[in-house]
Design a protein around this ligand. Structure first.
Ligand code: S3P
Length: 435
């Protein structure tokens, strides 16, 4: 499916993007590992998350939709031998978290994924899980692979990358390992696994090492819990970016997860001069929530520090678009991880920005965008997305504010994270159509 976005004036109104992807995967997996029932309200019913729901069923749990976005998971207190391949689709989170969760059980499971996921590195979890005692039959440490679960031993693991997927895989394995498991990372990645493990009754705390606090888990039984899934800040980023760059816009994006470890993009926008406020802050579920109100703003280029990268890792594509409409240079560094996401996001963003007449340059670990202000972006290109959902959504936002419309070559994959993206954007005033 090809989509075209064109200028249609300011955005106005309120929107509630779908549930947070990270929390949705974790609620299903922890519910499946737990004893008893877990009810999840607001689950993101996207392709990625539905892969995880199908996977936990293959591992022996019951996962049923009660009504729209309300799910019940009945866990068996552990995973059993699956009789089919675990198909993780496009989702790195599904693959890596499920491998960690399954690695402490006596089972052998074959994991596979789509063309994009088959290219992504799995050695980052194969290495620590092997140290703990799991075994892998894997060519080149990529999918498809077979994982043989085992009696595990706890480890203290210094992760070479600040990745919540690696951290979560190791901590989930630690739930069924002898002794304690500690995960050390240089910059803290999102902490939803740690928070939710607490809610499910796991023996989790933090330990101080080298002056930093790091999560530690011991073998524990989980008990079913009630989980509420707020709106995903990584999806909210798209309408908010559009409102900032479209003159006279004013929108409120509601019920958004505002966990500080997910807010790097919003912090950077504020530094660029964005008129952005958090309203009605609340914390009913162990995760903070707020409405984010955004007004069209005069923006300046900015240099976000490299250490901020993990807290905005999924938002770099849309930040690069915002930077094109700002005045001056934005230099993104410390983001080499973007090369191993659903696509090489550095390469594709620079290619697409240049095709739209924006001055952009690749760096090994990021990119430079030289913005010329609101009217400077020509657009008028057909963008190659390599089926990456966030590349597709980012360039549709560009097309809403550029002088000429923008087409993206494949918008199908938007369903992996933001299934009602087009409806949501249209309800605020966007002109996005199938072509
Ligand atoms: C995720 C962690 C991030 C992020 C992904 C979701 C998670 O990946 O890019 O979309 O739910 O743990 P890394 O932790 O590998 O950077």
């Amino acid at each position: 499916m090809r989509l075209k976005a064109r200028f249609a004036g300011p955005l106005r109104g309120r929107a509630r993007p779908p549930g947070d992807k990270s929390i949705s995967h974790r609620a299903l997996i922890l519910g499946a590992l737990a004893h008893g029932q877990t009810e999840i309200e607001g689950l993101l019913e996207s392709e990625d998350v539905l892969c995880t729901a199908a996977a936990v069923r293959l591992f022996g749990a019951k996962a049923e939709q009660l009504d729209e976005k309300r799910w019940r998971v009945t866990g068996a207190g552990g995973f059993s031998q699956p009789h089919e391949t675990i198909d993780c689709g496009n989702s790195g989170t599904a693959a890596r978290l499920l491998m960690g969760a399954a690695s402490g059980f006596k089972l052998s499971a074959r994991f596979d994924g789509d063309q994009s996921l088959r290219k992504r590195p799995m050695n980052r979890i194969v290495a620590p899980l092997s140290q703990m005692g799991a075994r892998f039959d894997a060519a080149d440490n990529r999918l498809p692979l077979i994982m043989h679960g085992n009696a595990l031993k706890g480890i203290t693991y210094r992760s070479p990358v600040s990745s919540a997927q690696v951290k979560s895989a190791v901590l989930l394995a630690g739930l069924h390992a002898e002794g304690e498991t500690v995960l050390i990372e240089r910059e803290r990645s999102r902490d939803h696994t740690e928070r939710m493990l607490g809610v499910f009754g796991a023996a989790i705390d933090t330990i101080e090492i080298d002056g930093g606090q790091h999560p530690r888990v011991r073998a524990s039984a989980l008990h079913g819990a009630n989980i509420y899934v707020p709106a995903d800040p990584s999806s909210a980023a798209f309408p908010i970016a559009a409102a900032l760059i479209l003159n006279n816009s004013e929108i409120s994006v509601e019920d958004v997860l505002v966990n500080p470890l997910r807010l790097g993009f919003y912090e950077t926008l504020l530094e660029m001069g964005a008129k952005l406020t958090y309203e009605e802050r609340r914390d009913p579920i162990g995760e903070p929530i707020a409405n984010i109100v955004a007004h069209a703003s005069k923006l300046n280029g900015v240099n976000p520090p490299a250490r901020r990268a993990p807290s905005m890792i999924d938002e770099f594509p849309i930040l690069a678009i915002v930077a094109a409409f700002a005045h001056g240079e934005t230099r993104i560094v410390g983001a080499a991880e973007l090369r191993v996401k659903e696509s090489d996001r550095i390469g594709l963003m620079v290619e697409g920005l240049r095709a739209c007449g924006v001055d952009a340059e690749e760096l090994p670990d990021g990119l430079i965008v030289r913005g010329g202000g609101p009217k400077s972006v020509r657009g008028g290109a057909s963008i190659r997305t390599q089926s990456d959902h966030r590349i597709a959504m980012s360039f549709l936002i560009l097309g809403m504010a550029s002088r000429e419309p923008v087409t993206v070559d494949d918008a199908q994959m938007i369903a992996t994270s933001f299934p009602n993206f087009i409806e949501c954007m249209r309800s605020l005033g966007a002109d996005i159509r199938e072509v």
